[in-house]
Design a protein around this ligand. Sequence first.
Ligand code: G3I
Length: 473
Amino acid sequence: MNRSPRRRVLAATLSTAAAVLVAGGTVLLSAGNADAATTLGASAQATGRYFGTAVAAYKLSDSVYSTILDREFDMVTPENEMKWDATEPVQNSFSYGSADQIVNHALAHNQRVRGHALAWHQQQPSWAQSLSGTALRNAMVNHITNVATHYKGKIYSWDVVNEAFADGGGGGRRDSSLQRTGNDWIEVAFQTARAADPGAKLCYNDYNTDGVNAKSTGVYNMVKDFKARGVPIDCVGFQSHLNSGSPYTADYQANLQRFADLGVDVQITELDIAGSGSAQATTYANVVKSCLAVTRCNGITVWGIRDSDSWRASDTPLLFDNSGNKKAAYTSALDALNSGGTTNPTSSPTSTPSTSPSASLPPSTSPPPSSSPSTGTAGCTATVSLNQWTGGFVATVKVAAGSTPINGWTVGVTLPSGATVTNSWSSTAGGSNGSVSFTNVSYNGSVNAGASTEFGFQGTGVGPSATPTCTAR
Ligand code: G3I
């Protein structure tokens, strides 16, 4: 349960239910829910979590479907409507009608939205399927920039990259046209998404990673590397399409916890469990309890509402039967939610994605500099790490305080002729092309002596090679 001795003492002395706050605002835990909630979303909110479902836009006019959706769920994932083939059917011509329908429905019903999915080897439009190399890389960056910008401020978390690891025990990357653009395609996707919507949590999402196994260890190693190098990743999604070939295992919770221990949130993103009756109900309860036991588990999303809505309808894997009646699995999931668990501090239902960027900022570490630290003016140094491809770049800049704390900073960057900045994050950009300045924003101006923070920017053309200047306040 990841509880300190102090937490256990508190838990033992509290007879009721509610979330417990201690001095300094640290959220400790909630025990059992004395006033048991009667819907999945309300019950998940009691521990700071959400309970979501995949939604298909064309079903919103089905009143049985929408009644259950709006009663039970407080998070929504468009099942297909935000995928590349749906949002960019013609290159650089974007189509948001069906996805907007879902987002507008969600916002009108106090539901938040998980964006799914910006970069994936499947469901690519035919024009993208015919691209490779630099052309495909540039198309991916353009796609992510446009879609994430269109939904900026409306997305709780994005599945930035979906299903990039191979099955079969090697723990390596899946071969795909995106992978063949270069092994850095995943980090470029995350950097691009951060530039477009700095307020959204950025997730890597995959299946068959729902326990400790070779595939999940491959993902684990990537996340560890990203955190060490300052690549902006905030969360990992575990799809959890469970059946006899891919069952719930005893190390399900431990697997979530080992990712959380890397400093990322974890989310159950596409849960469905083949089966029926008490066996299915027990597995639903086990998954819910596992999430509740991991402080950094933000919430759970099931992949559809009624069994008939499932991509695997014949497996009857969901919480409602074809007529919309609650199944034993529903009751079991709700009871498990109502029995309480750790409180998730990063997923408060009252917070909006755009107001809490600091909660999802990358760590203050960064990759080895590709240019040496500036000797520059008082108090700080800046180093640039560059991801360059033909026609564009993403720059990550580390700002380090010297031997005294600083209360603000401005970094000056010289760009080669023809380069332009198109986006920046965790800073305010100024100046003109050729000579650009970046000043801290409210949450990253104060840097302790010897510590560092990061910001980044994206551009077209060739990125900076000259050492940036850093001026401290
Ligand atoms: O909309 C067309 C319709 O016009 C056409 O008549 C019909 C004929 O087959 O196809 C319809 O599109 C289908 C679409 O679902 C909407 O129902 C596609 O063929 C079908 O391929 C598509 O399947 C989706 C699948 O992803 C595609 O890979 C499923 O609905 C969706 O649940 C599933 O979701 C994925 C996640 O994105 C990632 N993780 C795995 C998960 C399950 O496969």
